[in-house]
Ligand binder design. Structure first.
Ligand code: NDP
Length: 518
């Protein structure tokens, strides 16, 4: 690959070329990271207020030119303008939260030094790492990478961003919009290309790499970053389940299920892909979801609520999952194999799908969903948790929402709605298992792009100086007394069970302990 290689950005709905970009090779990625390093010192030195001001100005640019950015998103992903605006709006809201919270979350705060070091003052603060690399996906080309970019910037880092090769124009637009606010600083730069450019970014002199994409590529990214012991944050998709209890508002659940499964043409890492419904409301739920699914369609006409599949190869994945489900006894109550076109996929609802089929076990990432009847919510929880993924989930229940939500092995769960957790800036976003690790958004998301700096300071001479070779046996004895007073009553050892003791007494021929004796 040379710097003269070109990357064409294609509108997935029409096949039109909407942009031509120069590909960055290893040398140009390294140069971008070196420029970012330079900018990072200035940026870190600005402090929270200075950074909040810059990020606030950027927020203003993004908001005023939302329609323009939305059009780039629409052209590169094919998603409807309204959906493009939704993801941009949420990113703007996160940016506002970062500006007003970074100082509170990351700024220096005092910590109790404890009794042993009562003569000292202790504090912790969270300092920027330096340069953060971000490798982004195409499904939400603004909202998802901004979860890393904006939080890394808010924490005081400079960022080098490699957008998906399917959405380079969105990445370029974002970087140029920040440059309008800080023209002379390389705070956010974009490097263009596919896997090779991404690998070059992993190997570059960065301090952390934030990745969003498939579990398979996440493993490659981790292995590459391991070469330099570069820490990684991984957001690697999911197989999110929705649970519908017998006392749930079935209409609301079906409405949310339709949005969770079909919006963005199903290309949502926290999209609903499996639904487990209590036996008592199953049929009513399926009927209502079927009715709603029938009113939604994918296309290029003005009424279409769904766009095309942004990544052409995803069509084959969805087709394979639907075919496999049907071949193994599943039924399509809406859509089916015929719903899978060349570029557009119409909503599909599958029932009676075996739990070991691809449509249940693998990330489908298309506008399809499976619905299964369960006898109770214990069975629903068990089936929902029977996956290596653990990103998001949804629970519809009048009485048991919080309890069921807690039992689901997922980083995030919405009760009586879908995907709401992503829109709350103060909440961490991320998963467990094959869905990855680390968190964007919220206080955890800010801390993710920092390192904790602990400091102690002597305030007065200690009564008991523990860290000196001048320590006397009397001081050691005083220390032992102090420790006993502080911790000696704590029960660290497991309690001795009562029965074996009684048995020993009996073995000694002394009979069982009389009640009332101590
Ligand atoms: P990938 O995981 O392959 O790609 C994600 C990002 O990583 C892209 O920017 C990609 O670049 C980059 N990349 C690819 N190879 C390397 C590498 N060796 N080193 C560094 N970076 C690399 O996802 P796809 O876009 O191909 O989608 C595949 C599947 O991933 C989908 O079917 C879906 O299931 C899942 N997915 C999950 C997402 C989520 O939100 N968690 C988002 C998108 C997809 P480039 O695209 O330019 O090749």
């Amino acid at each position: 690959m040379t710097t003269h290689d070109k990357l064409e950005s294609i509108n997935p709905a029409t096949g039109d070329v909407v942009g031509i970009h120069t590909v960055d090779d290893t040398a140009s990625v390294d140069a971008a990271v070196a420029r970012a390093r330079e900018a990072s010192h200035w940026w870190a030195g600005l402090g929270f207020d200075g950074r909040a001001e810059v990020l606030g100005q950027w927020r203003g640019v993004l908001t005023r030119r939302m329609a323009q950015l939305g059009d780039v998103v629409h052209q590169e992903t094919g998603k409807p303008h309204g959906d493009a605006q939704l993801e941009i709006g949420l990113a703007i809201d996160h940016l506002a939260w970062i500006g007003s919270h970074a100082g509170k979350v990351l700024g220096r705060r005092r910590v109790s030094p404890g009794l042993l070091l009562a003569n000292q003052a202790a504090s912790v603060e969270y300092l920027p790492l330096g340069v953060v690399g971000v490798i982004g996906p195409w499904n939400y080309p603004v909202f998802t990478p901004m979860g890393s970019i904006a939080y890394a910037l808010g924490a005081g880092n400079a960022v080098v961003f490699k957008p998906s090769e399917l959405t380079p124009g969105v990445g370029v637009w974002l970087a140029e919009s920040l440059r309008e606010v800080v023209p002379d600083r390389d705070l956010l730069q974009v490097v263009i290309g596919g896997g090779e450019t991404g690998a070059a970014l992993c190997r570059a002199d960065i301090d952390k790499l934030a990745f969003t994409g498939s579990t398979r590529t996440a493993k490659v990214v981790m292995a590459t970053c391991a070469e330099n012991l570069t820490p990684v944050l991984i957001e690697a998709g999911g197989k999110d389940a929705m649970l519908v209890d017998h006392d749930a508002d079935v209409d609301a659940a079906a409405d949310a299920a339709a949005w969770g499964a079909f919006s963005n043409a199903g290309q949502t890492c926290t999209g609903i892909e499996r639904i487990y419904v209590h036996d008592r409301v199953h049929d009513r739920f399926v009927a209502e979801l079927t009715r709603r699914a029938g009113t939604i369609h994918a296309g290029t006409d003005a009424e279409a609520q769904l766009g095309p599949m942004t990544m052409p190869s995803q069509v084959d994945v969805v087709r394979r999952h639907v075919e496999d489900a049907l071949a193994r006894g599943g039924r399509a109550v809406v859509g089916g194999v015929d719903a899978v076109g060349d570029r557009f996929i119409q909503p599909t609802v599958l029932v009676d799908v075996p739990e070991d089929s691809a449509a249940i076990r693998e990330e489908t990432f298309g506008p399809t969903v499976t619905v299964r009847r369960v006898r109770d919510m214990d069975e629903a929880v068990e089936l929902a948790n029977a996956t290596r993924y653990g990103l998001g989930a949804s629970v519809f229940s009048a009485a048991r929402g919080p309890e069921l939500a807690r039992r689901l092995r997922s980083g995030m769960t919405s009760i009586n709605s879908v995907i709401s957790f992503a829109a709350v800036p103060g909440l961490p976003f991320g998963g467990v298992g094959d869905s990855g690790f680390g968190r964007i958004h919220g206080p955890d998301g800010l801390k993710e792009f920092t390192y904790a700096k602990a400091v102690t300071r002597v305030r007065f001479k200690p009564v008991l100086n523990l860290t000196t070779f001048d320590r006397t046996p009397e001081q050691d004895s005083a220390m032992a007394s102090l420790l006993t007073a502080l911790h000696g009553r704590a029960t660290q050892l497991p309690k001795v069970p009562r029965r074996p003791i009684a048995t020993l007494r009996e073995r000694a021929g002394r009979g069982p302990r009389q009640s009332g004796r101590s």
